[in-house]
Design a protein around this ligand. Structure first.
Ligand code: OGA
Ligand code: NM2
Ligand code: ZN
Ligand code: ZN
Length: 641
């Protein structure tokens, strides 16, 4: 007859093999000071709000009947399983933390706080595990004394297992303590870093002041230019109530930065540069070595890094730093040397103000919001094609305002393709390189009818919808066909203020979109998009909404369906308020260019008969290509570097 102890061990062994409880992907997680497992049934954890599936989070099934009925033994068995899983969890979390510590610090205070919390929690969890393990050992010894002699060998094995587990736990505890020490050291570095940043903050306010002043001056310049007809790239179209185009100057127009002093802070592995203007910048040794501009480390003809990452010592020291001919010259421990141009360095200063200024210069993310009173920026089609200044003004306004009207294009097909070539290349989709918006029989899209198009963005059925859209009026209808636009970013921000729950729902739930048919070729497109996309800092980055292609498939749990509809209703009502919508009517030869990630556009229904069959030709582009042309034009027009 099998003894109870033998059955206990058999049961434990089968548990170890994973047959007795759920063996799928269990992910350890720490919250509220305890370890949890969560189970991801399929798809994303965040989407798993089905109450039934949620119950799976901590559900464990034991299919194999363990015939033990002795109370104490089953208590020991349960205790053992729990402790074993605590240890496994802790080890996994530790491994994760170890990995993140091995990356260098980014100087964020929050990172230090995170580490502090995690290490404390781990230590607590460990001492709890250790306590229970000791108790378990005592309990087991007691139960062992009650067993028959012939079972001694097997029980010794089991005891050894527990002792072994305890040793592993001890080892892990040591690692945890080691991590705690490391963390202490890291927080020290963070504090040093913050103190240093604080001492230089007075210089940052100078930069802020300077950038404020330049902006103020540039605004004045634009005001002065409004209504001036002497500049060739400016076109007035009172018919539309326009705002004429002018390129705004850059915040930092170059100039040479003088270095007063350069010195290595060896402890922190930072190079400190004191500038002539009294400000100061810090550069990590590793970053400097990584960005050595010499011909060995940089392929000059491509302005690209040829230094291999495998050859970068991410803990490099610095042997010497000197100022030579107003260049910062560095000798590295391996005798390699680098020279840095002060202007190049200053532009790349790591202060948050400098980074912000450079990022704005690179990406122009500052937007000007508008409503129905928009003075639509307007340019001349031919000038944009042939004059760099006019083209630059066009693209800067397209980025800042989100819409630019161009007049004076020939009233014939082919113009959106010409304009795309001014940028680089257009974005091909299933509707073709360019596409003809006309009332078509057996239309493969609601746009190809004479019906009304409610406010929408184009192509949310793609996961990466086109960033920019061109629409050129070849022929207009006799009746109807007026255009409407609304500033989607402005509206999303207004929704966030007025109905935050609706904003949260539209920016967190993903909606299915669908588009199938045949055009350039046959297609069957599906996507899941947030109607309001936000970035990790909560800024609105894209609107994805076309009611015509919103799928009948709605991948939401039942209880979220009605809240979703109510939120969308609130957003659409806000979008459609007369005070928010700018209306215009395109005439043949007019060409509108707009940010399809930001604006929603629509058209009134029109009468589709007679000679004048309405015809718009459209094309898509992506923002990467448009921004590329904008940067190239800036360089050409202003002689930037
Ligand atoms: C479209 C569209 C506008 C118009 O084709 O997607 O928005 O005026 N057309 O026809
Ligand atoms: N086309 C058909 O989202 C959409 O279906 C927009 C517009 C290219 C004019 C498609
Ligand atoms: Zn080099
Ligand atoms: Zn459209």
């Amino acid at each position: 007859m099998a003894s109870p102890l033998f059955l206990l061990i058999a049961c434990l062994v089968s548990l170890r093999l994973g047959g007795a409880f759920f063996s799928g992907p269990l992910h350890p997680e720490m919250s509220n000071g305890t370890f949890h497992h969560y189970f991801v049934p399929d798809g994303f954890y965040e989407d798993n709000d089905d109450p039934e599936k949620c119950q799976m989070l901590f559900k464990m099934t034991d299919n194999r009947k363990c015939t033990l009925d002795e109370d104490q033994d089953s208590v020991i068995r349960d205790d053992f399983i729990i402790i074993k899983r605590h240890i496994e969890d802790a080890a996994r979390v530790l491994e994760g933390i170890g990995k993140s510590i091995s990356f260098d610090l980014d100087g964020e205070d929050s990172y230090g706080k995170y580490l502090r919390r995690e290490t404390t929690q781990i230590s607590e969890a460990f001492s709890n595990s250790e306590k229970s393990l000791l108790e378990l050992e005592v309990k087991f010894k007691q139960s062992q004394e009650n067993e028959l002699k012939e079972e001694h060998k097997i029980s010794d094995d089991f005891l050894n297992m527990i002792v072994h587990t305890r040793d592993v736990l001890k080892e892990t505890l040591d690692i945890s303590l080691g991590l705690k020490d490391k963390h202490e050291l890291l927080s020290l570095i963070i504090r040093t870093h913050l103190t240093r940043a604080f001492t230089t903050s007075s210089n940052y306010s100078q930069i802020r002041m300077l950038s404020y002043l330049t902006r103020w001056v540039s605004r004045g310049a634009i005001q002065a230019l409004k209504g001036t007809s002497s500049r060739p790239q400016l076109v007035k179209t009172p018919h539309i109530g326009n705002q004429t185009l002018a390129a705004a100057p850059l915040p930092f127009a170059g100039g040479s930065s003088g270095v007063r002093q350069a010195r290595a802070l060896d402890q922190e592995r930072l190079l400190q540069i004191d500038w002539d203007d009294g400000s100061c910048s810090l550069y990590p040794f590793t970053w400097l070595r990584d960005n050595c501009q010499c011909p060995h480390c940089t392929l000059q003809s491509a302005q690209a890094r040829s230094l291999l990452f495998s050859n970068l010592d991410v803990h490099t020291g610095m042997d010497q730093v000197q100022l030579m001919d107003n260049k910062v010259s560095i000798t590295w421990p391996d005798h390699h040397s680098s020279e840095f141009d002060p202007d190049w360095l200053k532009k790349r200063c790591f202060s948050s103000e400098a980074r912000q200024a450079l990022q704005e210069e690179l990406f122009l993310n500052e937007r000007e919001y508008w409503d129905s009173s928009l003075q639509i920026p307007t340019g001349d089609f031919q000038e944009v094609l042939h004059d760099d200044k006019a083209a630059l003004a066009w693209l800067e306004a397209l980025r800042r305002t989100g819409i630019v009207y161009l007049r004076g294009a020939p009233a014939e097909q082919g113009q959106v393709a010409r304009l795309s070539q001014r940028i680089g290349y257009l974005r091909l989709t299933f509707y073709g390189h360019t596409w003809q918006v006309q009332d078509k029989p057996m239309a493969n899209n609601v746009a190809y009818t004479s019906g009304e198009l409610s406010l929408h963005t184009d192509y949310p059925a793609l996961h990466h919808p086109p960033g920019v859209q061109f629409l050129h009026c070849v022929r207009q209808a006799d009746q109807g066909g007026e255009s409407e636009v609304v500033d989607g970013f402005h509206m999303a921000e207004q929704l966030r203020r007025e109905i935050p729950e609706a904003f949260n729902i539209l920016s967190s739930l993903r909606v299915d979109f669908t588009d199938s048919g045949a055009d350039y070729c046959d297609f069957s497109v599906q996507s899941k998009n947030h109607i309001i996309d936000v970035d990790s800092e909560g800024r609105v980055t894209r609107i994805n909404y076309n009611n015509a292609t919103r799928d009948s498939v709605l991948d939401l749990p039942l209880h979220q369906v009605q809240p979703f509809y109510s939120s969308l209703k609130a957003f659409v009502e806000l979008l459609s308020r007369p005070e928010n919508v700018f209306t215009y009517r395109m005439e043949p030869g007019d060409l509108v260019t707009f940010d399809n990630w930001r604006l929603l556009h629509g058209r009134k229904s029109y009468q589709s008969r007679g000679q004048n069959l309405r015809h718009l030709e459209g094309a898509y582009l992506d923002w990467d290509e448009v921004m590329s042309r904008l940067r190239v034009l800036r360089k050409a027009v202003r002689g930037d570097n």
